[in-house]
Design a protein around this ligand. Structure first.
Ligand code: CU
Length: 167
């Protein structure tokens, strides 16, 4: 009986909604550290390797900065972090990624003709409970649709396909 199944699925969707709301309302530490990320960053004429890295907001980031040819520098926009790095010496830069967004980091030591183009990018993805709840809802709806699709394909006649608006 199709109506019965729909009622059950509607109830399930309702519960998922309540659960998502619960996740949304969970108290989270405003600037709590979620995890510590260790990253190796190498500077050489005229690039950083890797040129781009991504962390989550709230992460504690530990960059192990090295220079493989001449003296370079690291300056992270907005965070105001600056460090000079000499070949052979690894500099450890530690900070909490408390601001979300895209931030450029650049070489802060004039190291040659292409020095101004020695730029990388740090992406700090926002870590909001809202996005977690939204992601959960999308996942739940996907599972619900997959579940429904299985029932549909199990039905033998094509007329058994319910109309989208009959819920
Ligand atoms: Cu440089």
């Amino acid at each position: 009986m199709r109506g019965w199944r729909w009622k059950r699925e509607a109830r399930l969707a309702g519960w998922l909604g309540v659960l998502a709301l619960f996740i949304l309302l969970l108290p989270v530490p405003a600037h709590g550290t979620l995890r510590t990320l260790h990253l190796d960053l190498d500077a050489r004429q005229f690039e950083f390797t890797p040129p781009r890295f991504e962390v989550a907001q709230g992460d504690e980031v530990v960059i192990r900065l090295s220079a493989s040819d001449v003296v370079h520098g690291f300056y992270l926009d907005d965070y105001g972090i600056e460090r000079r790095v000499v070949p052979g010496v690894v500099e450890e830069i530690r900070f909490t990624a408390d601001r979300a967004g895209k931030f450029r980091f650049r070489c802060s030591v004039s190291c040659g003709p292409m020095h101004p183009f020695m730029i990388g990018e740090l992406v700090v993805t926002p870590n909001l409970p809202f996005f977690k709840a939204a992601g959960f809802v999308v996942l739940a709806l996907g599972l619900l649709l997959a579940h429904r699709w299985r029932h549909l394909s199990a039905a033998l006649s094509p007329q058994a396909e319910p109309v989208q608006g009959d819920r």
